[in-house]
Design a protein around this ligand. Structure first.
Ligand SMILES: [Mg+2]
Length: 450
């Protein structure tokens, strides 16, 4: 079933029909890599096993049994495992078991903005290259619990201004190219609200070239420098608008086309696909260990077919396509989650200094989280390691050397969908800049998608 937006992308539908949506099904995981396709319920069953510690027999006994053994042998991480026994953490895990509600949507948008403001710290921490130094400063401030993320010292950065632009554009309920013009217009407007928020160069350039309302005015010329995280950091809400598995094509279509309004290089706009996909997976309660596999084996092939069908910058996109998927496959192999199950493999020491070193190896050129592929990668890494612990999530996703606001904005959005606001110090979000807009757009997106 094709989501409603795709009915407006007629050329793509023809293209997809030509190559066959069946082929998109077949581009999933090879059988020796993952049995999720053969047994779609496996992932949910294994998560239930991990959470409830029971021995419920899933509908795919052989695969689930393997998965369960893996989880019991070395579940997620020792950090998370140790905390699974704590009552407050069990409560939060139980909260995650429930379907995503409008409150989860509101938490996602709000905590995303909070993570941005905290990781940014009015420019000071986005440009601090040392995670240990940031943690030391955090300690001197009294720790995360003591921080009131509010103006004037803790503004949201470009990430949240443009995330709101995407969200409020989607919340109009428009579809197809009308939606793209709407979002483009909101990016143009959003760029007028950037004093002290440090937008990236590709975002500045791309938005300056947009001509919303004019024919093809949502397109900008191909830019081989457009690899940054600017498209990823503003796209989580696309997964809130199209959260269901049968809406994947709509999600990919909107993420690609809004993403390449500023980041026409695949490393840039596939970052938008990743951020949107991960929030949709969070809504679906799909286990985090499967998210990267879904990105590489499900969403990216659909994005490639979509780009071909749109007839714009095909040659350039195909030429530059490989890096994003190759690097993601490298990461999944590194963490032992190429099979979507695990067990997750962690370095023996993964403190702030260790994470700085590791995150640099994720990056394109040594600046962690700066690019379209590694901002969602660091976010996923933090979600995998932190479980339901907000402080640990911020430590990993928001307080590291590199583009710490853009990694936090993605991780915190997913975290809010999974766990709500439980365990988050009220000061971290209660007077956050643009709180009302963030929560209102969340309510609108929930109403449109449920
Ligand atoms: Mg920023």
């Amino acid at each position: 079933m094709i989501g409603p937006v795709l009915t407006h992308f007629q050329g793509v539908i023809l293209s997809l029909s030509g190559s066959g949506l069946e082929s998109n099904k077949s581009v999933g995981a090879p059988s020796d890599r993952c049995c999720l396709q053969a047994c779609p319920r496996l992932s949910w069953e294994t998560e239930r096993i991990l959470t409830r510690q029971d021995k419920t027999q899933p509908s795919c006994p052989e695969g689930a049994s393997r998965a369960a053994q893996s989880h019991f042998a070395a579940p997620v991480s020792s950090y998370v495992r140790d905390r699974l026994v704590k009552p407050e953490v069990r409560d939060r895990r139980a909260a995650m078991d429930r379907s995503a509600t409008v409150e989860h949507y509101k938490a996602a948008m709000l905590l995303s903005g909070a993570g941005d403001a905290l990781g940014y710290r009015n420019q000071l921490w986005e440009y601090n290259e040392s995670g240990p130094a940031i943690h030391q400063e955090l300690k001197e401030l009294g720790g995360l619990k003591s921080i009131k993320a509010e103006l004037p010292d803790w503004p949201v950065s470009d990430d949240t201004v443009l995330h709101l632009a995407t969200a409020e554009g989607l919340a109009t309920g428009k579809m197809g190219e009308e939606l793209l013009h709407e979002v483009a217009a909101r990016y143009v407007k959003g760029m007028k609200d950037m004093d002290g928020r440090k937008p990236g160069p590709s975002s500045i350039l791309g938005v300056s070239l947009l001509k919303p309302g004019e024919e093809e005015g949502f397109r900008v010329p191909y830019n081989s420098e457009g690899t940054g995280c600017g498209a990823a950091m503003r796209s989580m809400c696309i997964g809130l608008r199209y959260p269901k598995p049968d809406q994947l094509l709509s999600l990919v279509a909107v993420a690609v086309e809004t993403g390449r309004m500023t980041h026409p290089h695949p490393t840039g706009f596939l970052g938008a696909v990743a951020a949107a996909l991960f929030t949709s997976y969070a809504v679906q309660r799909r286990p985090i260990t499967t998210w990267g596999l879904g990105l590489v084996n499900e969403a990216c092939p659909i994005a490639k077919t979509f780009v071909r069908g749109r007839g714009f910058a095909i040659e350039e996109a195909e030429r530059d396509w490989g890096y994003f998927c190759d690097k993601w496959q490298w990461y999944l192999d590194l963490r032992g989650i190429s099979n979507g199950v695990g067990p997750v493999i962690w370095p023996s020491s993964y403190d702030p200094a260790g994470r700085d070193s590791a995150y640099k190896t994720f990056s394109l050129s040594g600046w962690a989280g700066r690019s379209g592929h590694d901002a969602p990668m660091i976010a996923l890494d933090a979600l995998l390691g932190a479980g339901s612990d907000w402080e640990e999530l911020m430590s990993r996703a928001g307080f590291h050397g590199g583009d710490s606001d853009s990694t936090a904005v993605i991780a915190c959005c997913c975290w809010g969908l999974l766990y709500g606001r439980q365990g988050v110090p009220e000061g971290n979000y209660s007077n956050l800049e643009y709180r009302e807009r963030l929560e209102r757009s969340a309510e609108q997106l929930y109403a449109l998608s449920h």
